[in-house]
Design a binder for this molecule. Structure first.
Ligand SMILES: [Zn+2]
Length: 388
């Protein structure tokens, strides 16, 4: 099945104005609100797989791509779900599972979003793009750009020696180094793009990226029957949580599932903007705030209200976990189950422990944790050796 052009629209999350997919859009033309993608399909035809198409392509009717034949893939998706027997025993939780997103090609969940993002760029004839170089997102984006023959220009502001930056260098990407913080880096990118006429991707605001992330919900529905009672996701910018929420809602609308699992967001105590919104207090990061969970070291996620809707609309919540608990479960995952992930991923087990203590998760519940990134993509924290 090949969808005709314009089978999707970008709808403003603030004023509802609808835009066609003829160019790369991050914001509403009328009010600058962020956008969501909607599809015009008869009921019962949407959240289904297309037989014969590989990887994420099999969900083509519900993706913003023109032609599955042009799909940019490195073999992402189809990540395993396994039971966590050891950590489950530690938590006295019999039905604890993990979806191993580090099985994606660049060893993190970002590959789902970037496969779609870069396919859209290619569809639109865009040949070069700029974004922040750093983290799993930068490594993934640089890799998909290399695969598609697009020039990737990355802007970095911290840690030039990190394994992820070194990996980005291998893709042939051009990297510009900026003195300052993330905000300075964003300003420098905007100036560079305006001066050179090159697209500023800003993936963390992108509706296309979330469309890639929602495929995780489709896969979970194929892999776990019955669906889990709870899903635990680490939240920085929150694209997994937003993807889960959108994917499950599409399946409900399509009549494929009846109810959505409770979606719980896990943040570190040092960076907890979503927890603050849900619990109703003002929050700003302290001056020297830091966390070993570097993947969720985000103080201003662009879709904060939507993240709160995903938690509350599904009957879930958001929880902040302390550093000691992150490190304890980082190590226990490796020692009890042989699973070596980034500290960011271990937050979901720490969050599960907290929700059990609070009575939000019962011992007989089915709990799925999303393990987002592989352990060797980050230096191993010195303090992990003594965590228990
Ligand atoms: Zn608008």
């Amino acid at each position: 099945m090949v969808r005709s052009e314009m089978a999707f629209e970008l709808v403003c999350t603030v004023c509802g104005f609808r835009h066609d997919g003829s160019r790369y859009r991050l914001h509403c033309d009328r009010c600058t609100g962020l956008l969501d993608i909607e599809y015009d399909l008869p009921p019962g035809t949407g959240a289904r797989t297309v037989p014969g198409l590989p990887g994420l392509c099999r969900y083509a009717p519900m993706l913003p791509i023109k032609d599955p034949a042009g799909f940019v893939t490195l073999g992402e998706g189809n990540t395993p779900v396994i039971p966590l027997h050891g950590v489950g025993r530690d938590l006295d939780l019999r039905l604890l599972f993990a979806k191993l997103e580090y099985f994606n090609p660049t060893c993190s969940f970002k590959d789902r979003g970037n496969a779609i993002q870069v396919t859209v760029l290619k569809d639109l004839g865009i040949t070069a793009a700029v974004d922040i170089a750093g983290g799993n997102a930068g490594h993934s984006l640089a890799s998909y750009c290399a695969r598609a023959g697009l020039k990737f220009i990355g802007f970095g502001y911290e840690d030039p020696q990190s394994p992820k930056i070194r990996a980005i260098e291998q893709t042939g990407a051009e990297i510009h180094w900026i003195e300052g913080d993330r905000r300075d880096c964003s300003e420098a990118m905007a100036e560079f793009c305006a001066a050179n006429g090159i697209l500023n991707l800003r993936y963390s605001q992108s509706a296309y990226f979330i469309e890639g992330q929602k495929t995780i919900a489709y896969e979970i529905a194929e892999q776990l029957d019955p669906l889990p009672d709870h899903i635990m996701a680490p939240v920085g910018n929150g694209s997994i949580l937003l993807g889960l929420w959108k994917g499950f809602r599409e399946m409900v609308e399509d009549g494929r599932i009846q109810a959505i699992p409770r979606l719980h967001a896990v943040q570190s105590e040092a960076f907890r903007p979503l927890v603050a919104v849900i619990e109703g207090y003002d929050w700003r990061p302290s001056l020297h705030a830091d966390t070993v969970a570097v993947g969720i070291r985000i103080s201003e996620p662009p879709r904060l209200a939507a993240l709160a809707s995903a938690c509350q609309g599904s009957g879930g919540t958001a929880v902040a976990v302390p550093e000691a608990s992150i490190l304890r479960w980082y190590r226990r995952l490796a020692s009890s189950d042989g699973i070596f992930v980034e500290p960011t991923s271990a937050t979901v087990i720490a969050g599960t422990a907290t929700l059990i203590q609070r009575g939000r998760i019962d011992k007989g519940d089915r709990v799925l944790t999303i393990l987002t990134g592989y352990g060797l993509k980050e230096p191993i924290p010195e303090s992990a050796a003594t965590a228990n």
